[in-house]
Design a protein around this ligand. Sequence first.
Ligand SMILES: [Zn+2]
Length: 158
Amino acid sequence: MDIVFKCPNCKQELEVDAAATGQEITCPACSKTLSIPAADASNTKAENPVTPPVNPGREHRHLSVPVSDAPVATLIKKALAPLDSIAKDGVRELKIKTIRHGDCREVGHDNFDKVATDVLQKIGQENIISINTINYSFIELGTSKMLTDFGILIVYKG
Ligand SMILES: [Zn+2]
């Protein structure tokens, strides 16, 4: 005897053996966990005349309901993804990014902290090897004076 009921989440009609009453299954249509209701006159297949006797699509679902391996396999595949990216990390090249204070100045604004913060967030904390301070000299336009300024040099994996 089969119980015919609808998934409370996606309304997909499901058909399972009455022996499975009370068990939790994963809906094959929407992958939500649901409980199989108790068998009664209104939902058992034999006494439900509105249920078409032959429906290949529904029969397919009937077979797939008790098999909960499919979503588990999907989860395992998803879980492997981070391992893949870790493997790729191993072959990442070392790179450097130099941020010069003078390059971050606009008229009336000193954007060095903001620019440096944005760069660090883009690289990601786990990829940063070291951050070194640098000093550099430049000739100021207009006054032609030799000035020194500072910056940072970030060594990272990218
Ligand atoms: Zn569903």
